[in-house]
Design a protein around this ligand. Structure first.
Ligand code: SF4
Length: 325
């Protein structure tokens, strides 16, 4: 049963269950709702890197922080197609194109992104974009070009948002998600743990996501990878148990959503990643770069899949949701 009326108290009670009970329930729900042996492999290309006007305190791409990120202008369409071929050969069924923009502008750069979307869609890959804030009209243009999903993370709870980002509001974030949904794109939205948030903030974030009129089709759960030069450079790493709790809670309250084990995976051992899959994670980012931080290479992941008996999910597998509110 899909519910979009979870209360914070209910989510908190799930999050705080004894760990083995939590994993067992999440694994059971995962098996009842999904093919647990299937894991979606997504690949991410940074099509425009650095120089962003926003102040997200975790992000090395913000122009105001001195992080040594290799700034580059918008890639050419043929470069993206070449990278997409490489990702597809590595087993990726979804390609996410990320640009370090505050928002999409109606200019030649956006026209070029539309061309990229058309070209990658023609390769029978799910194309996702993460380009910042988006109007409904822009979302429609992306949909017409063949975009499958739009990523726009809520990052943290509404209460904690101002401590992490001051150049836009939580409502701005939700408005873009609304525009994406209205254009009939699938929604990818999740967040980051390890920002210095409280457990209540994590629960608040999951409350927001699970109470959207339709659950996001994808929810990435990231562990902060602190980057030197950002305000969060000295933040302590979150433990793997916190990641497992977040993944399991997400799986229980959003049973059919694709839950992505995202940033921070490089720091996890194979048994730790296996626990995350057991707890309901069914998507990973693969390839050696996750925007600007290192990520495991395709070959390492294939070896892990072989050991764990996992297989790569095919593109365009529809998620069906029947909402009970
Ligand atoms: S997370 Fe995105 S919007 Fe925020 S600073 Fe980085 S690139 Fe810009």
């Amino acid at each position: 049963m899909i519910r979009n009326n979870w209360t914070k108290e209910e989510i908190s009670a799930i999050y705080h269950r004894p760990l083995l009970d939590l994993i067992y329930e999440a694994a059971t729900i995962h098996r009842n709702n999904n093919d647990y042996s299937e894991v979606q492999i997504s690949s991410l290309i940074s099509i425009k890197t650095g120089g962003c006007s926003e102040d997200c305190s975790y992000c090395p791409q913000a122009a105001r922080y001195h992080t040594g990120v290799d700034v580059h202008a918008l890639m050419q369409v043929n470069e993206v197609v070449e990278a997409a071929h490489k990702a597809k050969q590595g087993g990726a069924s979804r390609l996410c194109l990320g640009a370090a923009w505050r928002e999409v502008r109606n200019n030649r750069d956006f026209d070029r992104v539309l061309e990229m979307v058309k070209a990658v869609n023609a390769m029978n890959m799910e194309v996702c974009c993460t380009l910042g804030m988006l109007t409904y009209e822009q979302a429609e243009k992306l949909k017409e070009a063949g975009l499958y999903a739009y990523n726009h993370n809520v990052d943290t709870s509404e209460e904690n948002y101002k401590n992490i980002i001051t150049t836009r509001t939580y409502d701005d974030r939700l408005q873009t998600l609304h525009n994406v949904r209205k254009a009939k794109l699938t929604v990818c939205s999740g967040g980051i743990i390890g920002l210095g948030e409280t457990i209540e903030d994590r629960i608040g974030m999951l409350n927001t996501l699970s109470n959207l009129s339709q659950h996001p089709e994808s929810v990435p759960i990231n562990a902060l990878v602190p980057v030197k030069g950002t305000p969060l450079e000295n933040q302590e790493r979150v433990s793997v148990w916190d990641m497992v709790r977040m993944i399991a809670t997400t799986r229980i309250i959003m049973p059919k959503t694709v839950v992505r084990l995202s940033a921070g995976r490089l720091e996890m051992t194979l048994p730790e990643q296996a626990l995350c899959f057991m707890a309901g994670a069914n998507s990973i980012f693969a390839g050696d770069k996750l925007l600007t931080t290192p990520n495991p290479a395709f070959n390492d992941d294939m070896e892990m899949f072989n050991i764990l008996g996992l297989k790569a999910r095919k593109a365009f597998k529809k998620e069906e949701q029947e909402i009970i509110s």
